[in-house]
Design a protein around this ligand. Sequence first.
Ligand code: SF4
Length: 333
Amino acid sequence: MPWKGEKDPYRIWLSEIILQQTRVQQGLGYYERFISAYPSVHDLAQASEDEVLKLWQGLGYYSRARNLHFTAKDIVQNYEGKFPQSYAKLLKLKGVGKYTAAAIASFAFDEAVAAVDGNVIRVLSRIYQIQEPFDTADGRKQFDVLANELTPKNWPGIFNQAMMDFGATVCTPKKPLCELCPFQKDCEAFKNNATNDLPVRKNRVQSKSRFFFAFHIEKNGSIAIEQRKGKDIWQGLYQLPWQEVKGFDGNMEKQIDEVAHGYFQSEDLNFYSFTEVFKQQLSHQKIHVVFVEIDAKNITDTQLNFIATRNLSTFAFPKIFILYLQGKKLILE
Ligand code: SF4
């Protein structure tokens, strides 16, 4: 991986933010595209938020992209374009949590601080057979203290990287490679046949279902889109106009009729068709969308924002919209 052994704090920061909640193979392409488009923190700071979101499109967790952009500007404006060189100061940057601050501080500046991610928690919970849930304040503290005690003063970066890699490749969540593991003799979980029970989690976040009708309105080579505002999901991204409903009724045609007439404040609407339910699982929400094609000629809503369909691919859309628009051949696959 291009970020292995990296000492440049900008590249470490970029890779860590991209790789959070992302598979390495998927993150790699994004990392390379970001480095190519923005080789330095100055280049990233000068980009527009729309450009950054567009490059981020498909990775999800878009607040990370917005924070990335915000922090690049912060570093240029308030830190003379240089990353702070200590864990404590790095933690003050927006979007930089304990793990990322520790990764930058240990990899770039050799500060002896543990970067504790899910991999490290899993490894420690098994070797020491820690029963404390890692998602409580006390439990998390226990893992942080232990990891910091173990971190060697003279090579913290290598140690942190090794712990993460070991968790990702040997002590994996399912079917860990215990037979090959050099810690086997010392691993309490292995000795007590408790590998699959660790780490312990206390809280499972319930996923909430949400339901929407999205309106595909096209005329004269243009299509209506809008930018998402406010604090909801996908802030800053683009979408087709949509309306949230409590759920989908058995009689979909009747429901679409009522919802669309209410949305467009028009008595005279014609529908072409509607799709099956498209679904997208987010971290805490499951999004359900039915796309409805509407004849545009009776829609007078001047608030609709039409853009040329040939320019659609320059806007950043959430994945569920991309799938629909690709199906309509309005965005290339
Ligand atoms: S013996 Fe198994 S559970 Fe224990 S550290 Fe090694 S891989 Fe993980």
